[in-house]
Design a protein around this ligand. Structure first.
Ligand SMILES: NC(=O)c1ccc[n+]([C@@H]2O[C@H](COP(=O)([O-])OP(=O)(O)OC[C@H]3O[C@@H](n4cnc5c(N)ncnc54)[C@H](OP(=O)(O)O)[C@@H]3O)[C@@H](O)[C@H]2O)c1
Length: 248
């Protein structure tokens, strides 16, 4: 077991990549706390992950919710060993339709929420801890209608280097996993019609050198590598798991 008795906080752990990672980390011996907003998904995740897991309702766009979530984890387990700051969401819109509110909303979750999750967890992280964040293939390629989501992810890529530098003296590693297009509910929440979603998925599949969407489990395995001692000399890095989309 690669994460025996480690305490892991996974934001966005109620769906898609985060939930699959929570399952894998639990199977590797970790005690897992997942964070989300949707009550039904939280309940399903709690049942699925079992009695030792914690499912916390927190909207990471609000600092008070982040504080409360961290307090709940530390009260239950006494410490945090691994943070997987993975929660993210987006609204698709072309240049002429992007609103100020949309920019604020997406940065509030994807950047600010992630930043303050790490900031507020940091006092409880001990030497040898690991922080992993989820970036995206969109910080390397341009995609119409996804300018703001892409910008949030580029900002998070930058953060990994800065926070890696700040936390290195405490022997805390900070890395990113960068998914390509992955088969999760994410795409259905972009505000596009079902037809546009399936057209986009087909176009992405065709563009990926390996000719398919990725599975959440393939991202979870990369996150496990970065979280475990197997990655003990890796910090400030971004591990790309995208079927070659941004690489070949
Ligand atoms: N799927 C892809 O193709 C892809 C590609 C590149 C990067 N990514 C990144 O991967 C990460 C995970 O996405 P996914 O594909 O697994 O999507 P997903 O299935 O939609 O999962 C998103 C997770 O984020 C949580 N979340 C959303 N808004 C939140 C908020 N305000 N506060 C707290 N939690 C919130 C959701 O919980 P609730 O629903 O309960 O709120 C859910 O658990 C995201 O950062 C995404 O940008 C995904």
């Amino acid at each position: 077991m690669k994460l025996k008795d480690k305490v892991v906080l996974i934001t966005g752990g109620t769906s898609g990549i985060g939930l699959e990672t929570a399952r894998l980390f639990r199977d590797e011996g970790a005690q897992v706390a997942v964070v989300g907003t949707n009550p039904a998904r939280l309940t399903r995740a709690a049942v699925e992950l079992g009695h030792d897991a914690l499912a916390i309702r927190a909207d990471l766009r609000h600092l008070a919710d982040i504080d409360a979530a961290i307090t709940e984890v530390v009260t239950r387990y006494g410490r945090i060993d691994i943070v997987f700051a993975n929660a993210g969401a987006a609204t698709a819109a072309p240049l002429e339709e992007v609103t100020s509110e949309q920019i604020d909303e997406q940065f509030a979750l994807n950047f600010k929420g992630l930043f303050f999750t790490v900031q507020k967890a940091a006092p409880y992280l001990s030497s040898g801890s690991a922080v992993i964040v989820t970036t995206s293939f969109l910080n390397e390629v341009g995609a119409p209608g996804l300018s703001i989501l892409s910008a949030t992810k580029a900002a998070v890529r930058s953060l990994v280097r800065s926070l890696g530098a700040e936390l290195a003296p405490r022997r805390i590693r900070v890395n990113a996993v960068s998914p390509g297009p992955i088969a999760t509910p994410f795409h259905g929440k972009l505000g596009l019609s079902a037809e546009r979603v399936s057209q986009t998925a087909a176009a992405l599949e065709a563009g990926v050198p390996l000719k398919r969407l990725g599975e959440p489990a393939e991202i979870a395995k990369a996150a496990l590598f970065l979280a475990s001692d197997d990655a003990s000399y890796i910090t400030g890095a971004e591990l790309v798991v995208d079927g070659g989309f941004t690489q070949i």
